[in-house]
Design a protein around this ligand. Structure first.
Ligand code: PHE
Length: 369
């Protein structure tokens, strides 16, 4: 740095301008070399202020003649401005990098993923229904379905249960208030004012017999409803599978044989079935059917109250009045019907002790099946 005192020579001015240029390029290089905000802060004092490379030149400015000062001053200002801009830009960029790095470091993965690829599956009741359908289809049955909201005719009357029949108390029924709607049940099907949630799937059998001439071999699985309070063995909504056979020369022995066949196909050969006399308005004679207790396999335990048997459902020979109601000649055709709860069956097979577990939607329960 030449000691300028008084009017400077041209050579002095050239040196000053060259010094400004050198300080500018050195400063820009130092800014570019800073890789962090800390490093940038360290080079900062060398860029601006008295101790910077441009500091002494600024001081020398005072001793220049006014016309010489203008040219050097302009070069000085430009160099300073350039350094400030480059510094501000580098500072922004490095701060952004630092922020990104910090976020990366502090990032926490809060998404919860179950270990391993887990797939859902059908509900136990659906699985059981499908298995039972397979068993019966294998025996030559078809599968029939019908509406869950039924008229009094299909649910009771056609099944030999006229209004005020005392046996209606066997089913705690939920009636529907349809208000103005009359489209359901108009015609031969009954009164729209008497619409209810079906208490069994027997009405599907009536619907089948109405439209299909015998021989009939069909099962009717589906959801049914009763005005029951939920407890370990009751639900207001549950599932039934009923079967119907109408053909020439069908006897009680065919019924017993079909039930025995289905029981061992579903539960295995160690489980068999038996019939006990009972009463249903739509069958005559009627029976209840039991299966060997699946817990003790017939030895007698708490579940079967030491009898070795568990009650599964009802059955019997289709009542002549029911056949007549469906336009089938009972002199020519005879038939049998049976029905049981699908949910209860699944309960027994898997040793579940509370029916409510089936519907609590607890994944720990459901994933076991
Ligand atoms: N429908 C009867 C019920 O729900 C079961 C049953 C079906 C009984 C067929 C006999 C014949 O209780």
């Amino acid at each position: 740095m030449p000691a300028v005192n008084g009017p400077a020579t041209d050579a002095d001015l050239d040196t000053l301008l060259a010094d400004i240029d050198a300080a500018r390029s050195q400063g820009l290089a130092a800014i570019a070399a800073a890789l962090s905000t800390d490093e940038l802060a360290q080079v900062e004092s060398g860029l601006f202020g008295r101790k910077s490379a441009l500091g002494p030149i600024k001081q020398a400015l005072g001793s220049l003649a006014p016309d010489q000062r203008a040219g050097v001053g302009r070069a000085l200002n430009e160099a300073q401005q350039e350094l400030r801009t480059a510094h501000a830009q580098a500072s922004d960029e490095l701060a952004a990098v630092a922020r990104r790095e910090q976020l990366q470091r502090e990032w926490l993965d809060l998404t919860e993923t179950p270990p391993g690829p887990e797939r859902g599956h059908l509900h136990l009741v659906t699985q059981t229904t499908e298995r039972l359908e397979d068993v019966f289809v294998g025996m030559g049955f078809t599968v029939s379905e019908g509406p869950q909201a039924e008229t009094d005719w299909y649910n009771f009357e056609a099944l030999n249960l006229p209004a005020a029949h005392p046996a209606r108390s066997m089913w705690d029924t939920l009636y529907l208030d349809l208000g103005e709607r009359t489209e359901l049940g108009d015609g031969e099907g009954g009164e729209a004012s008497n619409v209810l949630l079906r208490t069994h799937t027997s009405p599907v059998q009536i619907r089948v017999m109405e439209v299909q001439p015998p021989p009939i071999y069909t099962i009717c699985p589906g959801r049914v409803f009763r005005r029951d309070t939920a407890d370990a063995s009751h639900m207001p909504v549950f599932h039934q599978l009923e079967g119907l056979v109408v053909d020439r020369g069908i006897s009680f022995a065919d019924l017993a044989g079909t039930l025995e066949e289905f029981t061992s196909a579903y539960f295995g050969r160690s489980i068999s079935s038996r019939l006990r006399p009972s009463y249903f308005p739509f069958t005559e004679p009627s029976a209840e059917f039991d299966i060997t207790c699946v817990i003790c396999e017939g030895a007698g335990c708490q579940t079967c109250q030491r009898t070795g048997w568990i009650e599964l459902g009802g059955c019997g020979m289709v009542h002549p009045n029911v056949l007549t109601n469906c336009g089938i000649d009972f002199e020519e055709w005879t038939g049998f019907a049976f029905g049981f709860g699908i949910d209860r069956l699944a309960l027994m097979r898997h040793g579940i002790d509370d029916l409510r577990d089936m519907y609590s939607n607890d994944i720990r329960f459901l994933s076991q099946f």
